[in-house]
Write a protein that binds this ligand. Structure first.
Ligand code: 5RP
Length: 231
């Protein structure tokens, strides 16, 4: 699939999800190229009279939302989110478990998803997999103190080639919360709950990018249209 086609598919799913939003809602605004199309569409709808507040999952999405004219709020004013809409790096067929965080925003994305009554995931047809980890690494956000020890403990869980994420220029990637990301290549993960439990026990891990039993629905954009998947 060409990248033009893929972007067109992402945009189709994103706009369909944005059209699920109703006036009065608090909306979780995801991060990434697919979520950017959703923010763009919400901005158009706000200009047409839709009354919402957004809670962005990253500084980048905050910038995009402000440019789109979407009024923003935060958890000090709203503890619950009516609908969160976000992309994903992998979606497991059947369970709708996800890997997220290749865009580096997994921590805030997971807090927003957890606070959401409805968590809608928008992906193109390259994202579905039979088992998580088939293609994507599991990004793990860790504090920088002692990251070398944290990396060894992740390797003991089965991760290969654990190293800190860097940007294109080779500089250390720092998350919006000031942490590092260790990309962990596990290969196909037979039991994500068990692996998540092991990773959660490692001191130094802030959060990992497996979103298990969190998605309410997934919109998968294919050349034949948008499929709606529910767990
Ligand atoms: C960011 C994410 C993104 O949702 C994920 O990387 C998908 O990005 P894209 O829509 O650009 O493919 O988890 O942390």
């Amino acid at each position: 699939m060409s990248s033009t086609d893929m972007n067109a598919h992402k945009r189709t799913a994103a706009r369909e999800a944005a059209d699920m939003v109703k006036s009065g809602m608090v909306v979780g605004l995801g991060t990434g190229s697919t979520a950017a199309y959703m923010i763009e569409r919400l901005g158009e709808r706000v200009a047409e009279g839709l009354e919402i507040f957004g809670i962005p999952t990253s500084d980048d999405s905050e910038d995009k939302a402000l440019k789109a004219g979407i009024p923003l709020t935060d958890f000090s004013a709203h503890r619950r989110i009516d609908i969160a809409i976000d992309g994903a790096d992998e979606v497991q067929r059947g369970s709708l478990n996800l890997i997220k965080g290749l865009g580096g925003a997994l921590l805030r994305e997971k807090i927003v998803a957890q606070a959401a009554k409805r968590f809608v995931v928008i992906v193109d047809g390259t994202k579905p997999v039979d088992l998580l980890g088939e293609r994507a690494p599991v990004p793990v956000e860790v504090i920088s103190f002692g990251w070398e020890c944290t990396a060894e403990l992740l390797a003991a869980c089965g991760a290969r080639g654990v190293k800190p994420r860097t940007d294109r220029a080779g500089s250390l990637f720092v998350t919006d919360t000031g942490n590092m990301i260790l990309d962990c290549h596990f290969g196909p993960i037979e039991n994500p709950e068990k692996l998540a439990d092991k990773i959660d026990r490692i001191v130094g891990v802030v959060e990992h990018g497996m979103f298990l039993n969190m998605a309410s629905e997934v919109l998968v954009a294919t050349p034949d249209g948008v499929e709606h998947w529910e767990p």
